[in-house]
Design a protein around this ligand. Structure first.
Ligand SMILES: [Zn+2]
Length: 508
């Protein structure tokens, strides 16, 4: 198959009703998208299947549905108020604002012309040279203009350290010292970079006692789960180990969203906080990693890779983090995440709320604070990965076709029923057949245009099977079923249709 790029995915998504640019009649709005009829079906299939797999089919996980706006203290306790920042820099000349870490990294990549090799060399450099040393050296020397790669690599590490230590003076020094041009106006006139919090804040009309009027849209779904931990323990007779699951929207005020629905200001997460005894964390971590990989297989994602986070790059709360990355057309990027959060969150909420969150451990007779393994799935990223995985362009005898080879379990349309003509009772017959097949999920009655065109359209939205009603149907009671992937057609009796489709497409 030919290589394809994001433009083709974005074009197909719009053409076929998966996702439209948001607020388009007003000229679009900050990387927002509206899921169209097929996009929302696809998304709903993902969420329903996830809920069934990880909540309903398990005896150790329960679900909740929490609020988007939580008590502001939540974000103080979780560390988001202080630590959840992006370093941004303003160009003094044109007043544009950019995210400086991404920008510098891209600049260095472009400057060296290094592509795949770049990360490898950088990784080696990070390992071989003690960071503190490079950092100190960086402070002394400032940033020099150079074409030598290892010098550049040093600059990268220096600047990473600058960000990590919140030493944005050093980052500024590199921007000015290397004479790095503003991508918008070409001038070298940078203000000192600053940290900006990624949480969307909003004004409450009601004054919160001792808190003022500022509240936040949640930047992750996890915290609502920690806030309800005590209620779940008190009301649901759960025993360690157990999980609490939630699906919902989260919001991040990022300056550089992009790559279609990959990074958005508002997005949807499927998350579980799985509470455990501390000494079982390694075993439980491995078990969840396997469950997450099985999930990828279940929905049909194959280009998935594990990325173990280096110890020094872990978030402030985590002892081990593994990302599942996906090979998107724009590179290998994070799809899902798995983190061991220790007892950080519960301990923080206990300290800030002054309510005891420890539970009684029958075995030891002591009160303990459970530890947590957190698997997270991005819903929008799953939609995008499935579109990319499914997308195929094929040469046929009479031209080409674009086909989305979704597994039937996620396909937005399960069966398309097509009357050859709208006359001679075929349309009515098609309506009868539609009533038979709709038990498989969202089905379509497709009666416009030539049969060939209708097949192409169904191929492009990834419908696994089409059922055609023709003159033989009226005379002999048989229909044609046409398989999306092989394009083979077969006649079957209407009485056997449902069983045949169930066996072939709709049995897990
Ligand atoms: Zn500028």
């Amino acid at each position: 198959m030919k290589n394809f790029n994001m433009d083709q995915i974005v074009a197909l998504a719009k053409r076929r009703g998966f996702a439209y640019p948001g607020s388009e009649i007003y000229g679009g709005f900050a990387n927002s998208y509206t899921y169209g009829p097929y996009g929302s079906e696809l998304k709903k299939n993902i969420k329903d299947l996830w809920w069934k797999t990880f909540v309903q089919n398990r005896t150790d996980v329960v679900g909740i549905d929490g609020d988007i706006i939580l008590h502001p203290k939540t974000w103080e306790a979780s560390g988001h108020l202080n630590n959840f920042n992006d370093p941004l820099v303003d160009c003094k000349s044109c007043k544009k604002r950019i995210r400086v870490d991404d920008f510098l990294e891209d600049w260095i990549k472009k400057r060296t012309g290094a592509t795949m090799e770049y990360e490898k060399i950088l990784e080696k450099f990070r390992k071989d040279v003690p960071k503190e040393e490079v950092y100190q050296e960086g402070l002394k020397e400032g940033a020099k203009k150079t074409s030598n790669f290892s010098e550049y690599a040093k600059q990268v590490v220096r600047f990473e350290e600058g960000i990590a230590k919140d030493d944005l003076k050093l980052v500024h020094q590199i921007l000015q010292g290397q004479k790095i041009k503003c991508p918008f106006c070409g001038k070298v006139d940078w203000a000192e970079p600053r940290q900006f919090n990624l949480m969307f804040s909003t004004q409450m009309s009601k004054t919160l006692e001792g808190e003022g009027t500022v509240a936040y849209l949640r930047p992750e779904t996890a915290q609502a789960i920690f806030l309800e931990f005590k209620n779940i323990v008190d009301t649901m007779r759960v025993k360690l180990p157990f999980g609490i699951a939630q699906i919902g929207k989260a919001f991040r005020n990022e300056i550089t969203p992009g790559n279609f629905i990959f990074r958005r200001l508002e997005f949807e997460q499927m998350e579980i906080e799985y509470f455990i005894f501390e000494n079982t964390w390694e075993k439980t971590f491995e078990a969840w990693l396997k469950d997450m990989k099985d999930w990828c297989q279940l929905i049909g994602l194959t280009k998935v890779h594990e990325l173990e986070h280096a110890q020094e790059k872990l978030s402030h709360y985590s002892k081990r983090t593994v990302d599942l990355e996906y090979d998107f057309p724009f590179g290998r990027k994070e799809l899902y995440g798995l983190a061991y959060r220790t007892d950080f969150d519960l301990a923080q909420h206990e300290a800030f709320s002054k309510k005891e969150l420890k539970i009684h451990d029958e075995e030891s007779g002591k009160k303990i604070l459970p530890h947590v393994i957190e698997p997270t799935w991005g819903v929008d990223r799953t939609v995008l990965a499935l579109l990319c995985e499914a997308y195929h362009e094929e040469k046929l005898e009479d031209g080409e076709r674009v086909v989305l080879k979704f597994k039937p379990i996620v396909a937005p349309v399960k069966v398309a029923v097509m009357p050859l003509m709208k006359k001679d009772g075929m349309k009515e017959k098609a309506e009868e057949v539609f009533e038979l097949v709709k038990e498989f999920g969202n089905c379509e009655l497709d009666d416009g245009g030539s049969i060939g065109k209708r097949y192409r359209r169904q191929d492009e939205i990834g419908t696994p099977v089409c059922v055609t009603i023709d003159y033989d149907t009226m005379e002999k009671g048989t229909v044609t079923i046409r398989d999306r992937d092989s394009m083979k057609q077969e006649r079957v009796k209407i009485g056997e249709l449902v069983d045949k489709l169930r066996k072939r497409y709709f049995t897990i």
